[in-house]
Design a protein around this ligand. Structure first.
Ligand SMILES: [Zn+2]
Length: 264
């Protein structure tokens, strides 16, 4: 006897072969709704504009999967177009992928979206003079499932140089990380909290991350204390004084008005 399963078809119980896919009215309704909502989305994937962009990205990537190096068969949005409609034709947001890599990426995105559904990620922007204790403050308050953007730490990791040394050429690369991180954060709620160590106030950052729970924190360590620390660490005080002056200008211009001041 073939294996069967008990299903409800439009409210009535019925035994059907185990491998039969049961379509229901409710599915049909769901699919119709989905089609309507997604009509823009589908039209986009059939547009000549998309076909053209798609071809140029495949050419740019030499038809190679950007994750594993095998032959690419499709072009993927790094930030899903559902999350970031504006960037859907931006070549910087597109990459060629093979079917397998695309499958796993999409699956991870679905899991993340589910996780983020009931979460409003808190983003903390930490500013303050050099050596005011920003990193220490963040490490004291960060949790197990947080993301920390720390320019100095990244520079050190990328160059192998001690903290606060770095080199000019690596600067662009550290900035690249920041841009990519911001782009991804804009569309996701993956982390409990994100910490961005920043030195200065930055309005652009606020408008970009407007859909998140943004908190601005300013370390109140005095200039004198910071200079003392910088001297002790044998850092270049004269160049960092410029940074301090710029912060003072920003303070004067009211750029730190929304920052909560904390002890460093
Ligand atoms: Zn691949």
């Amino acid at each position: 006897m073939p294996q069967t399963k008990l299903v409800f078809i439009n409210g009535r119980r019925q035994l059907v072969p185990l491998n039969q896919i049961v379509r229901q009215d409710s599915d049909r309704k769901y699919n119709q709704h989905r089609k309507q909502v997604k009509s823009d989305y589908l039209a986009f994937y059939h547009s000549a504009q998309w076909q053209h962009t798609r071809q140029s990205v495949l050419l740019r990537d030499s038809y190679l999967c950007q994750r594993c190096g095998l032959e690419a068969s499709l072009v993927d949005h790094i930030i899903p177009s559902e999350d970031d409609w504006e960037d859907r034709l931006d070549p910087d947001n597109l990459e060629s992928l093979c079917r397998d890599c695309h499958f796993w990426k999409t699956r991870r995105e679905t899991v993340k979206r589910k996780k983020g559904q009931h979460r409003r990620m808190r983003i903390n922007i930490i500013a303050g003079y050099p050596a005011s204790g920003k990193t220490t403050y963040v490490h004291k308050h960060a949790g197990q499932h947080d993301l920390i953007y720390d320019y100095d730490a990244l520079m050190s990791a990328l160059t192998g140089l001690p903290l606060h040394q770095g080199n000019v050429d690596a600067n662009d690369y550290v900035q690249l990380f920041f841009e990519l991180i911001l782009r991804k954060l804009k569309a996701e709620q993956t982390f409990e909290q994100v910490w961005i160590i920043q030195t200065y106030a930055d309005d652009k950052l606020d408008s970009l991350l407007v859909s998140h729970d943004l908190h601005h924190i300013m370390l109140n360590t005095s200039r004198e204390t910071c200079i003392e620390r910088l001297n002790k660490e044998h850092r270049n005080v004269s160049s960092l004084l410029k940074a301090m002056n710029r912060i003072d200008e920003q303070k004067h211009d009211g750029k730190f008005a929304k920052f909560v001041v904390v002890d460093g």
